[in-house]
Each structure stands twice: as C-alpha cells, then as structure tokens.
Design a protein around this ligand. Structure first.
Ligand code: FEO
Length: 396
C-alpha cells in the first residue's frame, strides 16, 4: 500500500510520517515528525536505519514496493536511539541474512537494546562497503549525539545521510526542502532540534564539519533521519549549524518569566519597554504558557536572557527552575543574563536564578532587580532603565 519515494536513481526514502506526535521524550513536536529510512540499491542492497517500532508496517510496505526485504544485504545503523532502531528486530525476522553495520559503540549498544546476539560488521571513519555501482562510506560522529552516531555517505551520488544531524521534527507530504516551500518553518524546526538535542555537544560540530570538508566529500543532498531532505538549501543549513555551534546570535533579548499576582509580569513588561525604546529586538515569554523545549529554540539565537521569578518558598517558581535546570544541561554558548522578580520579604529567587545562570556559563550583567510586593511607578521606571542597560550590553 505504501510506496517508496525515489530520491535519486536507486536511492529510495522508505520511512514513515508521524503526523500526530506532539511530544517526543519531553520535547514538543508541534508539527509532527518523520522517521526517515533509506534503501540504496546497487548489485547489492542496503537499508540505512529503520523507523520507530510502531511504524514498521509502513516502512516494510514502502520497501516491498521496490525490493524484497529478504534480499537486503546490509542494514546500516547510523544511530541506536529507538526512533531509528526500534524496527530492527522485526526487520531481522524478515531479512535474517542482512549484515548489520555499525560503529564499535553501536555494536556494544545494540545487544543492550534488544538482547539479540546479531553479528555486527564494525566500521570506522573512511571505511567503505561496495554495493557494486554504489559505495557506502562511513564517518563516525561520536557523541553527535550518542557515542554510536555515524554518518553514511553515498559516494557516487554525493548524498550524505547524517541521521539526527540537520534533522527537524517536521511532518510533510513532501520529501525535499524546495518542494515543501515553507523554508522558514523548516529552519525554525531545525533550530529547535539543534537547541534541544545537539547544543550541549556543539563544540564537536565544527571539527566534524572540517573532517567532512577535509575528506573532500561533495554534498549534493543531505538526507537526515527526521523531516525534510536538504537539496536546495544545503549551504543555508550548514552555515546555520556553524553559527549555532559557535554561539553566533543576533542582538536579541528574551524576557522569560513566571508571575504569581502579576507583579513580576508588570516588571517584565516594563523591561520590555526599555528594550523597545532602545529598539532592540526582544520577546516576552511566560513560562506557564510556553513549553521549555520551544523556549530553547528561541534561546539559540538570542544574546541575552532576562529571567524573572517571584520568590516562593525561599526560592524561584518551579517553572523557572525547570527551565534553568534544562538550560544547564544544554550548555548554551555566549549568553548574557540578568535576574529580576517581585517578592514579599526574603527575595531569594534573584540569587537562586543567578546561581543557576552562573552554573550554565551565562555571563551575569548585573546583580539583578528585586522589588517588594507590587511595583509602583518608580519601580517600573527602574525596570525600564534596566531594559535600556541590557540593550546597551547586547549591542557592545
Ligand atoms: Fe532521532 Fe537520537 O534519535
């Protein structure tokens, strides 16, 4: 019933579209996703990655439209996470002779996932497998984003299959960036994906891209394991990855807050007014109305984070603590920060926010602004001035 989509001669997309997924291990997937598996046919045939287990019937149906699965020679596992490896046991039942190909880390992780003792053909960077008139070349991508991660390159066709790299949680009827036509939405999802999945490992990305460059690989298509395949915007996505992985950001400020009785929100709006009068691009984000994974997509391209919380139980609001805890694990690069908030008596939230920002490597611009109970006119003017000072700092 399902058909394979031919991307180039004898290279097929045989993945699955998950239109309705809205949550992916704690990450909101507002536009759904795809699990992209690829079938490469030469004299021999290779399947590159599989799909999440529940989508096995869709993948196998697409494979059958062009190839008897029992006659597939290789199963290349670029990454062990279950959204790509979940269908391996079912696939191996139909294709018991398919030789599994993975990195050394992949070979160790595979039995820990499935408790099968399948033999694995281990590959290192530069290793090749000939399918006849097509050649698979492998590039280890250690910790991008798991130890087992690798890229597969199709030499004769100049196609890079980088698994999660360059991916986006984006469901579409179309396979290619130039067919879909919503490049802004695709780039937004690519940025969110980078921020939530790859940001803590960002320092590894420029050396890996250099390694690919040094190997002299010509790239005419980047086919990731999620979302749209890059064909017309290859330079755009690669240069975006270089910027994101080196902390390049715009003169942009995020005022991120939660509020109890509206006082911290009033402060946020006054800080926004200060940024506005200085004509600095900014955005207010209420943390109980925005999911933290969406906020991370915004943080990626902002220079400063102004984080506000009322003091509650001698600390900050749980929603603010959750975001800061999440940020700490993701190690954002080159961010500046300021804390603010309303409090009744202790005011501990400001120092708690500062402590978390310090632990995340965020440069604290000033000690923070706390106001007791409800801000009056003079307090709000203080907030406007704070906004103006932050505007100056991001423009430096
Ligand atoms: Fe799409 Fe790391 O799995």
């Amino acid at each position: 019933m399902f058909e394979a989509a031919e991307l180039r001669d004898d290279i097929f997309w045989v993945g699955a579209i998950d239109w309705d997924i809205r949550e992916f291990h704690g990450y909101t997937t507002n536009r759904g996703t795809t699990y992209n598996a690829y079938l490469v046919k030469g004299e021999k045939t290779a399947l590159i990655d599989t799909v999440k287990a529940g989508f096995f019937p869709e993948m196998i149906s697409r494979i059958r439209s062009v190839q008897d699965p029992a006659k597939i020679d290789y199963l290349v596992l670029n990454h062990l996470e279950m959204d790509h490896s979940g269908s391996v046991p079912l696939f191996k039942e139909l294709a018991p002779n398919a030789q599994i190909v993975a990195t050394d880390h992949g070979s160790k992780g595979l039995p820990r996932h499935f408790r099968y003792d399948w033999p694995v053909h281990k590959v290192k960077t530069g290793a090749e497998i000939s399918l006849g008139d097509k050649t698979l070349q492998f590039i280890e991508a250690y910790m991008l984003h798991w130890p087992d991660s690798m890229f597969t390159y199709l030499k004769e066709d100049s196609v890079l299959l980088p698994n999660d790299g360059f991916g986006q949680h984006y469901a579409s009827f179309h396979r290619f960036d130039d067919e879909d036509g919503r490049i802004e939405a695709i780039m937004e999802e690519a940025a969110k994906y980078f921020a939530n999945i790859l940001m803590p490992l960002a320092p590894l990305i420029p050396p890996l891209l250099k390694k690919v460059e040094k190997m002299g690989l010509k790239i005419e298509m980047i086919a990731p394991s999620h979302g749209i395949i890059w064909r017309s915007h290859i330079n755009k996505i690669i240069s975006s990855y270089v910027e994101w992985s080196t902390g390049v950001a715009r003169d942009r400020v995020l005022v991120i807050y939660d509020t109890m009785w509206g006082s911290t929100e009033a402060m946020a709006r006054a800080i926004s007014e200060g940024l506005n009068s200085a004509q600095v691009e900014h955005k207010l984000i209420h943390l109980r109305k925005n999911h933290y994974s969406d906020v991370l997509g915004e943080i990626l391209t902002a220079k400063a984070l102004v984080i506000g919380s009322p003091t509650i139980n001698e600390g900050m609001f749980p929603s603010v603590a959750q975001l800061l805890y999440y940020i700490k694990g993701l190690h954002p690069l080159k961010k500046k920060g300021v804390a603010f908030g309303s409090y009744g008596w202790g005011g501990e939230a400001i120092e708690a926010i500062n402590g978390e920002m310090r632990a995340s490597g965020i440069e604290i611009l000033e000690p923070g602004l706390g106001i007791t109970y409800v801000p009056g006119k003079e307090d709000l003017e203080e907030c406007v001035l704070l906004g103006k000072r932050i505007a100056e700092a991001v423009r430096k």
